[in-house]
Design a protein around this ligand. Sequence first.
Ligand SMILES: [Zn+2]
Length: 416
Amino acid sequence: MINWNYEYRIYPNLEQQKKMLLWLNICKKVYNYALAERKAWINSRKSTVNSCSIRSEYIVPADRPYPDYYKQKKALTAAKKDFPELKEVQSQVLQEVIGQIDSSFKFFKQRGFGFPRFKKKMRSFCFPQFKDNPIQDGEIKLPKIGRVTINQHRPIPDGFVVKQVRVVNKASGWYVICTIQGEGDIPEPVADITKSSMGIDLGFDKVVATSRGEVIDRPRFLLNLQSKLTWLQRRLRNKQKGSNNWKKDSHAVAKLHEYIHRKRKDYQYKLAHYLCDQTEMLFVEDINFRSWGRGMLRKHSLDFAFGAFVDILEQVCKKRAIYFYKVNKDFTSQTCPNCGTITGKKKLSERVHCCPECGFTANRDVAAAMVVEQKGLNVTLGQRVVLPTEDGSIKRGTVSNDGTSLPRGSRKANQR
Ligand SMILES: [Zn+2]
């Protein structure tokens, strides 16, 4: 089975908008209630039997079982008697909210940090099931909401059916994300010696360096938009909270945030496809981008959203049947790709890798990308295949990328 998400803009009328906003509000209440219930249960089990916490104590009877997915779902059905408001929303949509709580707790347990939080605002709700195709004649038919005008800028491919629809409220308007499902499978790519390979290094002053010697700069448009955002946010601070001008400005900030997000995502997809055009196997460093986001270079790191980029890259590789592998990041920027000597930590200002052992010289980031590629090949194939020649070009016959159009801001490293 292949699952893809297609996003379309929808144009609900005023009545439908009112209804959907009400639904979002009810969904939020259900979410927060279900979260509070689980939180109280967990906290009530924290103190030992013979002592109480000094500040406060959650009291939940000892024999009450943990409110898991099934119990909460059952309780939701029962609650409809006492809270007729809940009947306003389609029942599957509300059940999906309980499912959302459940999966956020599962995710929390899995990675061990980030306890789920209460929601100030719910931005989307989801219809988990459709029997028939809901999109017809420029309209999407949503249960209990009715027919809504849709801008179907691209058709759903043949053989695919709409499985799920998520309605999203963004600053610029309403959207639906349709999960479409099709028969068949994309073959799972395998590492193979005959395939071409490439390693990439991600960094602050450039976005990507490849082991083929290409360095792609940070796109300027993001920086420009960032400064516009800073300016708008400063203006917003001087407005009286809650006033009409404040509302206007905060909407502008939200819209700009959305625009930046969309622009960046678009660029990242293009970049991912550009990289995939060049190779059959792709190796990336396995970096903890969370810790990047905390450090001194925080703003830069978030500006490009590297974590999201690696996810997109993995996704595009999967779609195009390109082998994708994350290698251990240790020493990648400190190793010589030619002889394997560990040359020690480089300063940020040191732009060139120059090996004291063998004299191999290359752009620092390109050298790191080469090490990433070798590491990847080492792990997946058990051999070291890439050998750079003395002038820094790469000897191994790989798919040439001459004539392909480069994304904006890219250049060859050796032209520096
Ligand atoms: Zn060397």
